[in-house]
Design a protein around this ligand. Structure first.
Ligand code: NAP
Length: 351
């Protein structure tokens, strides 16, 4: 049988539309899988990469982080997967710079330790919302020692346990505030923290209160309420004996930083984990850092948690997907839609 042909949505240079064209069919080296993609998802990072060329190491490039599909080829030493397995996975062109590691193609190379079997009952278009957000959430919660997110900017190191398959999970007696509970990364962090036994108090818009609670938040406050910081302070205060961990800011704007620092000031400090560089000046009792969502800290979660948790409904494919279209040519319009902003949904393109 003739080898299949690959195609990709290529970025030829920064700030130009993607161009669909032929691409080499990749092969799976050690520790790697080639995935025949059935669906890809869009992340805000993709828009930054297209607009500015940030993180691009080689032109032209293929980028994109989230894939779902069937294993087409298994690297020589990979034991956990076989050809034909239905999987989701995190593509890491962001760090490798190699076009074959970008999601926006019919075939993509991913590390086997950033992949998990997708249960048969879950469509690829649902499962594909998970990978990047999952790895980001683990980076928020479970790093024990600060690394380097960017020159001069440490990663947060909250040192919290991984999510557990136990039901009900044992409470750790700790509270985390998630600012942006309806965002993709914020909602996944809420799910994983809850599954680790941590109480999450979330900040989201009123129309996404139910969504944030579905992810596990015990209380949700309106980010448009001018007294949101006071309300969060009061709610954390009422948790009594609970340790206050700090804030995960999944939005990271001057306004969220101002509220976050006000909350931390009243509650004796704590972590301020951010998705972008944190405020330059923070009080001594605030440990501020920026996540970098490609990290081996996520390997045990990919290996031991994702598939059984999906199977049990403990890990939900949230936020729910919006399918933009079918075919690589729809990725460009999906990126445009992402730039315009989404509310508690992840944009997905079927392939
Ligand atoms: N450093 C890293 O490694 C890393 C990794 C992943 C993502 N990121 C960054 O993290 C950010 C979030 O990404 P994402 O994919 O999770 O975003 P997303 O899903 O696109 O975020 C959209 C959500 O943000 C909510 N939102 C907007 N402004 C808010 C505010 N002031 N307070 C509370 N919620 C607010 C919106 O709520 P409503 O619609 O309800 O108003 C909406 O539901 C992006 O900037 C991304 O680039 C960084």
């Amino acid at each position: 049988m003739a080898a299949p042909t690959n195609q990709a949505a290529w970025l030829m240079k920064a700030n130009t539309p993607l161009q669909v064209g032929d691409a080499p069919l990749p092969t799976a080296g050690p520790g790697k899988l080639v995935v025949k993609n059935a669906a890809i998802a869009i992340n805000p990072l993709d828009c930054h990469m297209q607009d500015s060329g940030v993180f691009v190491q080689q032109w032209p490039t293929i980028f994109g982080c989230d894939v779902a599909g069937e294993v087409y080829e298994v690297g020589p030493d990979v034991q956990r997967f076989k050809k034909g397995d239905r999987i989701i996975g995190h593509a890491i062109n962001l760090v490798s710079g190699s076009p074959q590691d970008g999601a926006f193609a019919l075939y993509t190379v991913i590390p086997a330790d950033k992949a998990a079997i997708l249960p048969d009952a879950i469509p690829f278009t649902d499962g594909v919302v998970v990978p990047m957000a999952l790895e980001a959430a683990v980076c928020v919660l479970s790093l024990k020692v600060p690394g380097v997110a960017m020159p001069g900017i440490p990663t947060p190191a909250l040192g919290l346990p991984y999510p557990s398959l136990q039901h009900p999970v044992l409470s750790l007696g700790k509270t985390l505030v998630v600012y942006g509970g309806s965002s993709s990364v914020g909602s996944m962090t809420t799910q994983l923290a809850t599954a680790a036994g941590i109480d999450v108090i979330s900040i989201a818009s009123t129309h996404n209160f139910d969504f944030s609670k579905r992810c596990g938040a015990v209380q949700v406050f309106d980010y448009k309420d001018p007294s949101v910081a006071d309300k969060v302070i009061e709610a954390v205060g009422k948790t009594g004996q609970h340790d206050f961990i700090g804030i995960f800011d999944a939005i990271a704007t001057p306004e969220t930083y101002a509220h976050g620092l006000a909350i931390l000031a009243k509650l004796g400090g704590g972590h301020l984990a951010c998705v972008h560089p944190p405020p330059a000046e923070v009080p001594a009792n605030v440990k501020a850092g920026m996540i970098f969502a490609v990290n081996d800290v996520a390997t045990p979660v990919w290996r031991d948690y994702v598939t059984p948790a999906l199977q049990a409904g403990k890990l939900q494919c949230l936020p729910p997907r919006t399918i933009v279209g079918k075919g690589l040519e729809h990725i460009q319009s999906a990126l445009k839609q992402s730039k315009a902003g989404v509310s508690a949904t992840k944009l997905v393109v079927e392939l």
